[in-house]
Design a protein around this ligand. Structure first.
Ligand code: MN
Ligand code: MN
Length: 496
């Protein structure tokens, strides 16, 4: 039987549009789900996804990716990676596994909504592959940590994390709910595919993959590459949509969606990728600093993408460039101080050598964040451990759900407004601006501190809070990944 070339039949199969006769267009594509209600359906026929693939090609390639990743895993199980890896790398892997796999399931639901509600036939087609991609990402990232559970229970947070009310999970879930689950498919594709996936998943998946390979964790590196190769494909479904928005009077909305989602994503990744890259990954295995990764993978590429589409850089760009050298350092000392509340044992990463590296990559680090660490280290070296864990509640940002941090001895970034009689705090001018774009969307968010003050955490003390967040339930409260052995080099000086 003679087979047609793909190019001869492809457009017939991806352009499956028809004119509904028995129901109205509004019933097929309700505005709240499909978006851009004022733009005629026929306009969406011009949506041209840059990446084209047939089902036969797709399953063949995906099967090979899975086979590659799982066979590396099987081969390395005997190599005893867990027992040979540095504590810092284990911290990074556990942070990733607790935060990422279940969000991939959310993304699969998101792509499924595209399949049903996108007005562009090409986007529905891409969404179909995207939904299968994300399902695979969830499954593979639940399977890989599973083999370590008998060695280290904290790996079970991959499965358990999203069933808890842990503060870090609340932050990730809030972002996912806001950007991925509760907007029409047009807004969702701008926020998730364009802003979140095009830029930031590269960072976590390519940046961390390089660090993983350097640290000897080849199965993590291989698995994460197989995930990222899917992201690189389906992330592209946002761009042609942005083009349609720009051509059809939706420029302002496009810009607003980009500005909101870029910032929200940036602040979450400062914790998810920024902390491990600059503090957990062993010094000798670090490929680049977090800031260098950001400059290479985000700033250049994102700016170019925006320019090509006729969009502007977000209005807060200068503020963001400063935040690059600040936010994750603040979040690191914050999360380390609140270490009992984490699902992974954190690595301090502030030995003398590491501090030299930090000062070189972030000039001024020693005079600011370093000074705050001096206090922590002095207390530890003198056995005053109770003073190294804070005794008060942090201030939590209503939008990011992350603790509000600043530069020690310099600036606090807290912003406040009163809305409906309630005093509300934010971790930056941008988070405040995001809230003001749609107060009703964000005002009912209950941060972990809101829950505490509302009496939901019982008993209302540290023990009750830990229990509420799943610590002492899924795993014990977390502690320093090295058992504080890194403090030893500071003890002689502290003794004097
Ligand atoms: Mn994914
Ligand atoms: Mn994705």
């Amino acid at each position: 039987m003679a087979l047609l070339e793909r190019s001869e039949w492809y457009d017939y199969t991806r352009m499956t549009n028809w004119t509904p006769k028995f129901v109205s267009e509004e019933e097929v594509f309700p505005a709240m789900h499909s978006g851009m209600a004022d733009v005629p359906l026929s306009v969406f026929d011009s949506y041209d996804e840059p990446y084209k693939i047939s089902y036969r090609e797709y399953v063949d390639v995906q099967r090979q990716k899975d086979a590659g990743a799982y066979s590396v895993k099987a081969a390395l199980e005997r190599a005893d990676m867990y027992n040979r890896a540095s504590p810092g790398w284990i911290s990074a892997a556990k942070l990733h596994y607790g935060g990422v796999p279940v969000v991939e399931y959310h993304a699969s639901l998101m792509e499924s909504r595209f399949v049903r509600f996108a007005k562009a036939p090409g986007m529905r087609n891409m969404g179909c592959f995207g939904a299968m991609d994300e399902n695979r990402h969830a499954q593979i990232q639940l399977a890989f940590p599973h083999e370590y559970i008998d060695k280290d229970r904290q790996f079970d947070w991959a499965t358990q994390g999203y069933r808890t009310q842990n503060w870090g999970i609340l932050a990730a879930r809030n972002l996912s709910d806001d950007m991925m689950m509760t907007r029409d498919v047009v807004q969702t594709a701008i926020m998730l595919n364009f802003a979140f996936e095009t830029g930031f998943t590269n960072l976590q998946f390519i940046g961390l993959s390089a660090d993983a390979a350097n640290a000897g964790d080849y199965s993590f590196a291989k698995m994460i590459q197989s995930v990222q190769s899917d992201e690189a494909r389906h992330a592209q479904l946002g761009t042609p949509l942005l083009k349609l928005m720009m051509e059809n009077g939706h420029e302002a909305e496009a810009q607003r969606m980009v500005d909101i989602s870029f910032w929200r994503t940036w602040r979450l990744f400062a914790v998810l990728s920024g902390i491990p890259m600059d503090y957990y990954v062993p010094l000798e295995h670090r490929e680049n600093s977090w800031k260098e990764f950001m400059e290479e993978w985000i700033i250049e590429q994102f700016e170019r993408n925006l320019r090509d589409l006729g969009l502007q850089r977000p209005w807060y760009w200068d503020y963001f460039l400063e935040d690059l050298s600040e936010e994750h350092h603040g979040q690191h000392i914050g999360t380390y101080s609140w270490r009992p509340t984490l699902w992974w044992n954190p690595t301090a990463g502030v030995s003398k050598n590491e501090r030299e590296w930090l000062e070189e990559k972030y000039p001024g680090w020693n005079d600011t964040f370093g000074k705050a660490w001096d206090v922590v280290i002095d207390n530890m070296a003198n056995g005053r451990m109770e003073q190294t864990v804070p005794g008060t509640l942090p201030v939590i940002c209503k939008v990011s759900n992350l603790p509000v941090v600043g530069i020690p001895f310099k600036t606090a970034k807290i912003e406040q407004i009163t809305y409906k009689g309630e005093n509300i705090q934010f971790g930056s001018i941008v988070d405040k601006w995001i809230f003001e774009q749609d107060p009703e969307r964000y005002c009912r968010t209950q941060t972990i501190v809101d829950r505490f003050l509302a009496g939901k955490v019982q008993p209302a003390d540290l023990g009750g809070a830990l229990q509420y967040m799943g610590l002492g339930v899924v795993t014990d409260p977390a502690d320093d990944s090295m058992g504080y052995s890194w403090v030893d080099e500071y003890r002689p000086a502290a003794a004097e």
